[in-house]
Each structure stands twice: as C-alpha cells, then as structure tokens.
Design a protein around this ligand. Structure first.
Ligand SMILES: [Fe+2]
Length: 258
C-alpha cells in the first residue's frame, strides 16, 4: 500500500494514515456499512441485471453485475467481463467463505471481515475478502458510456488536484505505475478534512483498512485487461478513465459518507 506519485498521499502523511488504519481496524463498522452486499450505492438506474446475487456457502456473496456483460464494450469486452466477474470475483467469494469458517472471526459484514482479518493478520482470508470488496466497488465504479463529471465533483477535483484533467492524469499515472498487480483509487481522507486523494494499493490491499473512504477504483490486475489489451495497460486505463468511470457514483459515495 503506498502513494503513487507526488500528487498522491505524501509519504509522511501516508505513514500516518497506515498507523491510523491500524487503530480503526478494530472499530465496528457503521450500520450503513454493515451489509455483505456490494459497497457504495444501490444499482444505478440504467442497471440491467443479467445475473442475480449468488449466495455462496457463507455470508460473503457475489453481487450481480449492475449492467449487462456486454454493456462496457468496446472498452471491456463481454468475454473479459465474464471471466473477471464469473471466475475471478466468484473465486474470491468462494475462498473467503471457506477461509472464514475456520478463522474464529464471527463478523458477518464484508467490511468487518476485511478489517478484522487485517488486524488479526489472517492474510489468506484478508486477501480473498478484500478482493471481494475491491471488486464490488470496481463494478460500481464503471457505467456504460461513462458519466459526465458533476459540477460538485469537478469543483472538488480542481480544489485538490488543480484541475479535472490533472486529477485524471494523476489517476492514470497511478494505475499505470502500479508495479505488478493492484488497484488505483480515488479516495476521500476524513483525517484531512475530506480531501480527495489518489493512491494505489498492491495485490488485495484496500483503503478500507486505512481510514479512507473509497470513491472510485480501477482494477489493474492483468486479468482485468489482458484478454483485450494484452500488455498495453496504459491503453486500457486511458479508455476506462475516458469512457467508463462513474463520477456521479463517486460523488454519491462521498456524500453518503459525510
Ligand atoms: Fe480483478
């Protein structure tokens, strides 16, 4: 877990954030977060669910996609979406439930399972539960055709990054620069008066355990793009930022957390 560039979390601030995250990891989740379903918003109005939430053998579930499998084409093919959601995401759900059984952890909300497994250093359970959480948010960070940036979000991005274009560039740089597998995030930092920040995390690591409010996320594991883009991660990231990110959903998450 680390900031990605000078436009992201300064190192000293990042270390403070990590320390704070360890402190908050033992705090029970809020009532709003105490669900096993996807984090953030309910399905958007355009949703055309083609699958139902899939209950696995435990409290962690695979949420249905909030759009049709081909709805993100041509940026993300139905083939990629099918494998990503139906195999990778589903696999994390299955593994999280299996590992939870023998963990001694009694939490039933996904957010709490992620936080407690991190605190107790149950790495395998954390990896799988956090990947479920991250993917839940990922699908809700995208919308067919993308979404215009609402004025309030544009104002906040300009306040914290200098301009909307600068914020987009910082996010792209973060996603492309993430070495190996991980995630690029737009988050709000309650400890910094709600400032918006861009950061990347490695493997399954998530801002959820750092006291930050995740707003948008881009998956840069190879399984997210390799079938469509092979090694051209930068092309995939640029297309996602330009054509798929749901900035309205990000603003709604920010307002929900306030
Ligand atoms: Fe993924």
């Amino acid at each position: 877990m680390h900031p990605c560039s000078s436009s992201c979390l300064p190192r000293r601030e990042f270390l403070k954030t990590v320390a704070a995250s360890m402190a908050v990891a033992t705090v029970a989740t809020t009532a709003a977060a105490a669900t096993v379903a996807a984090p953030g918003l309910a399905s958007p109005a355009h949703a055309q669910n083609t699958t139902q939430n899939v209950s696995q053998d435990g409290p962690v579930v695979l949420p249905a996609l909030p759009y049709a499998p081909n709805a993100l084409e041509p940026v993300i093919s139905a083939n990629t979406l099918g494998f990503h959601h139906g195999k990778h995401h589903a696999g994390y759900v299955t593994n999280a439930n299996r590992l939870l059984k023998d963990s001694g952890i009694t939490a039933t909300s996904l957010e709490e399972i992620v936080k407690v497994s991190a605190t107790q250093k149950k790495q395998a359970l954390f990896n799988n539960a956090a990947q479920v959480y991250n993917h839940n948010l990922y699908w809700q960070s995208l919308t067919p055709g993308g979404g215009a940036i609402p004025p309030k979000m544009a104002e906040l991005l300009t306040r914290d990054f200098g301009s909307v274009d600068a914020a987009k560039k910082a996010l792209a740089d973060c996603a492309v620069g993430r070495f190996a597998s991980g995630w690029a995030w737009l988050v709000a930092d309650p400890a910094a008066n709600g400032a918006l920040k861009i950061m990347d995390t490695m493997n399954a690591d998530t801002p959820l355990t750092m006291g930050l409010t995740p707003l948008l996320v881009i998956d840069v594991w190879e399984h997210a793009y390799y079938l469509d883009y092979q090694n051209k991660r930068a092309d995939h990231v640029a297309a996602v930022i330009d054509k798929l990110l749901d900035w309205n959903a990000a603003l709604a998450r920010l307002e929900q957390a306030a």
